[in-house]
Design a protein around this ligand. Structure first.
Ligand code: PAF
Length: 291
């Protein structure tokens, strides 16, 4: 099932090229799909690696989706690094990459979006109105066009992953969503395209993010089941020690992404979003039952 690492990635720049590639595949070949917005890093590579192991054909997409950016500036400054990205895709044995432009995905008159339901309006959805609607709309469209057997999403964007799984289940989409563990730098900072915007001093202070999540984890492992206490220890690291603007620091039940209820048993996930200067960073950690 392993592809040669020297395979040249086939660039598909329109829906018709994608359709032709898709219908050229052998019946029975499974297709793994990794949707991205480009600016690829080791976090994406871990998705490609997992998808490469589990499928005969591996397809990626690169499209910076304007529908999911609520701040125009953020959309404009999103890095575009196609040639470097293609080198990574080739090194990871990706067979083809779909590179639609805006007109290809959203032709004149396009006017339909997917609503994200109540989990779409909280945390990331509250901070970035319309973000999840735009994200789900493009993901659904990409799924319908690429027809993958499996699609791979990072746990770093936990709320996105939750909503993609929910949409797939609610709309009976015929594919499996495969979650992939967050990849971190040695010092614990989660890999993100936005890390490249951090200055040296901001990068150093950003370590408080993993410290905050680990502090919540330690309290949880010691038996504390009071969300407010976990949230307060995170805020202390982020706000008081690092001086970050905290958009949210919360604990959710991993099953339904609703705020965790005091003493309620279940799997809890600590989630947070901070502003480090002009850069917005998010991270999360599934809390461990014991130390
Ligand atoms: O996580 C991302 O990179 C994007 O939200 C996605 C899934 C590619 C949709 O644009």
């Amino acid at each position: 099932m392993l592809a040669s690492t020297t395979t040249r990635v086939k660039r598909l720049t329109s829906f018709s090229e994608l359709r032709a590639w898709r219908s050229s595949l052998k019946d029975g070949d499974s297709v793994g799909f990794v949707p991205t917005m480009g600016a690829l890093h080791a976090g994406h590579s871990s998705l490609f690696k997992k998808a490469r192991r589990e499928n005969e054909q591996l397809l990626a997409s690169i499209f910076v989706n304007p529908l999911q950016f609520n701040e125009g500036k953020d959309f404009e400054r999103y890095p575009k690094t196609l040639e470097e990205d293609c080198q990574i895709l080739e090194a990871q044995g990706v067979n083809a990459v779909y590179l639609p432009d805006r007109e290809d995905l959203y032709p004149e008159g396009y006017d339909t979006t997917v609503t994200a339901g109540r989990v779409g309006d909280v945390f990331e959805g509250y901070s970035r109105p319309g973000h999840f609607e735009g994200m789900l709309s493009v993901v659904l469209k990409l799924f319908l066009r690429t027809k993958p057997h499996r699609a791979y999403f990072g746990e770093k964007d936990a709320q996105q992953l939750f909503l993609v799984k929910k949409m797939t289940k609610d709309l009976d989409l015929p594919l499996t969503i495969v979650p992939c563990e967050t990849v971190r730098c040695e010092d614990g900072l989660a890999l993100s395209t936005r890390n490249s915007f951090l200055g040296t001093e901001e990068r150093e202070r950003s370590l408080c993010i993993i410290h905050a999540l680990r502090a919540a984890d330690a309290l949880y492992a010691s038996g504390v089941r009071v969300p407010a206490e976990l949230e307060s220890v995170m805020r202390q690291c982020l706000q008081e020690e690092a001086g970050f603007f905290v958009e949210y620091a919360a604990v959710v039940d991993d099953k339904d992404f609703q705020s965790a209820q005091e003493n309620h048993l279940g799997s809890w996930r600590a989630i947070l979003a901070v502003r480090v200067g002009a850069t917005r960073l998010i991270d999360n950690l599934l809390l461990s039952e014991s130390a």
